[in-house]
Design a protein around this ligand. Structure first.
Ligand SMILES: Cc1cc2nc3c(=O)[nH]c(=O)nc-3n(C[C@H](O)[C@H](O)[C@H](O)COP(=O)(O)OP(=O)(O)OC[C@H]3O[C@@H](n4cnc5c(N)ncnc54)[C@H](O)[C@@H]3O)c2cc1C
Length: 491
């Protein structure tokens, strides 16, 4: 059904651009509006002074064959590198192999600390913590307090910005059952009979040689070549609906030239679903707006520091478990691709998990560069005084937060959209408030495009709920898809 106005797509990240490309494949006209000055969304590659930075390091890995095909339709094979994954854990001056291996772990911990870990494990087995409903209780009951505090507590608290005894335990059960550090720790430190398979940690992944943004820059060219438009620096501020017809009819966009209204037969939205609700005109009912206002996000900040190549390391990234440092992970962009760096230097991306508008977020760039430089030097990963340049990249809403009420809130919004504006199609990561990787964000867009082009009737919300996934082999009880903890809701 349409009045010849085509589809408006909000956002030129992986979901928005995939939707555009797929609709054009079906001969459907599209206009993409992107608020930022670059395409790619969280999967962009930022360029400053010829250095290229990835937001968090994007591995191209999928079990969805049509996504894999899409990637290779957009970029020729010679633009992909096949990279080995390597990452280690930094803790109190030592680098631990990941997955841990016994010799390396023992050497790093030292005999004394290793014995303490074993003792603490024994105590936890004899007298487990009473409250195991939270992450801290659950993990320390299984591994002992010392191993828990070295290998789980600090990093988890950095990522989610909250004490580990406030994160629900089912996430730990989920994550730890499936793999991860626990298996690695057990393999390294506990008797052989308790060992579990760790093969899932050994992997290779594809990576576009100029970073993930290259995929989306090229995709934009293809969309434009096929007659679509992609406008950057253009905000969608309002979505107009006709309540009598139960349809969205137009969007208001704002760019440097001012404000205008663009008619639409369909709207595909990859903007945060909370913002989509707030953009509705006439307004959504109070309970839907309240659900939108209750959704939360975790934000992300990278300080990229240019250092001489001698301080490069083979890892793609290093997890920093050291409680004395605020930095959560350190990317080595040169290990992702030699095309991201230049001039006999590499670039290290110190990643800080933050909340938008917290003190760190508001700190001026120059101070952040000085702070990150000092942390890097203190960790002993570079020689003092060797940092030559620094750049700050802020990425708001990097992670949709799963709190106790988020599922209910999403259900309220989703139900209302389906009833009142069924021609508005939420897709992607923040677009659906789901912890989707790029492949699943793209798949939701492909399905939405088919729903528009030939009424395929896909339920886009089933993506990444029941599917087998590379880092999660069993579906979560909460149907949250990826493994993220459920947090306490704001009171
Ligand atoms: C640290 C980190 C590491 C990651 N690593 C991986 C990885 O290794 N592999 C992987 O596959 N995935 C990874 N991901 C996930 C991946 O980044 C996302 O799945 C993907 O970018 C989501 O695509 P999207 O199009 O749904 O949303 P986004 O990428 O968020 O794009 C949405 C776009 O909409 C625009 N927008 C928002 N509001 C408006 C508005 N009002 N008007 C116009 N435009 C608007 C935004 O500016 C943005 O460009 C990672 C994510 C993070 C945070």
């Amino acid at each position: 059904m349409g009045d010849g106005n085509g589809t408006v797509i909000i956002g030129a990240g992986p979901a928005g651009l995939t939707a555009a490309y797929e609709l054009l494949r079906h001969g459907e006209p599209v206009r993409v509006y992107e608020a930022d000055d670059v395409v790619g969304g969280i999967s962009r590659t930022v360029e400053r002074d010829g250095w290229r930075f990835d937001i968090g390091g994007h591995r191209f890995f999928t079990k969805v064959s049509r996504v894999e095909d899409f990637w290779h339709e957009i970029l020729p094979d010679e633009d992909f590198l096949l990279r080995p994954r390597m990452s280690r854990i930094y803790y109190r001056g030592a680098l631990y192999d990941y997955p841990l291996n016994a010799g390396n772990a023992l050497r790093n911990l030292g005999l004394r600390e290793a014995l303490r870990c074993v003792g603490s494990y024994g105590r936890a087995r004899l007298r487990p913590p009473k409250d195991q409903s939270h992450f801290e209780g659950w993990v320390s009951a299984r591994f002992g307090w010392r191993l828990y505090s070295i290998f789980f507590k600090t990093y988890t608290e950095k990522v989610w910005g909250m004490p580990a005894d406030q994160l629900q335990a089912d996430w730990a059960a989920q994550r730890i059952k499936n793999l991860s550090l626990s298996t690695a720790v057990l393999n390294a430190l506990l008797p052989r009979r308790n060992r579990k398979d760790v093969t899932s940690l050994i992997e290779e992944f594809q990576y576009p040689k100029h970073g993930p943004g290259m995929m989306w820059e090229r995709c934009t060219e293809e969309v434009e070549k096929r007659g679509g438009t992609v406008r950057t620096n253009t905000w969608v501020t309002e979505v107009h609906r006709n309540p009598a017809r139960r349809r969205a009819t137009a969007v208001t966009v704002v760019d440097a030239g001012g404000e205008r209204t663009e008619p639409a037969d369909h709207v595909i939205s990859s903007m945060p679903i909370s913002a989509l609700v707030r953009a509705m005109r006439p307004e959504a009912p109070p309970e839907v707006r309240a659900a939108a206002d209750d959704l939360r996000y975790r934000d992300f900040l990278t300080v990229a520091l240019v250092v001489p190549e001698e301080f490069s390391f083979p890892d793609n990234w290093i997890y920093v478990h050291d409680p004395a440092a605020k930095v959560g992970r350190i990317q080595n962009f040169g290990s992702w691709s030699p095309y991201l760096v230049k001039d006999g230097r590499t670039c290290l991306g110190l990643e800080y998990f933050v909340f938008e508008d917290d003190e760190m977020w508001r700190t001026p760039d120059a101070d952040l560069v000085a702070f990150a430089t000092a942390e890097l030097e203190r960790l002993g990963l570079v020689r003092p005084g060797c940092v030559e340049a620094g750049y700050v990249v802020r990425m708001p809403k990097a992670y949709p937060v799963y709190d106790e009420r988020y599922q209910h809130n999403v259900d309220v919004i989703r139900g209302w959209l389906a009833r009142e504006v069924p021609n508005v199609h939420p897709v992607g990561r923040n677009g659906m408030h789901r912890y989707n990787n790029a492949d699943h964000s793209m798949l939701t867009a492909m399905l939405a495009a088919e729903n528009i082009a030939h009424g395929a009737g896909h339920d886009v919300w089933t993506v990444n709920v029941e599917q087998d996934y590379h880092e999660q082999r069993t579906p979560s009880r909460h149907g949250t898809g990826r493994d993220a903890p459920v947090m306490p809701a704001r009171r």
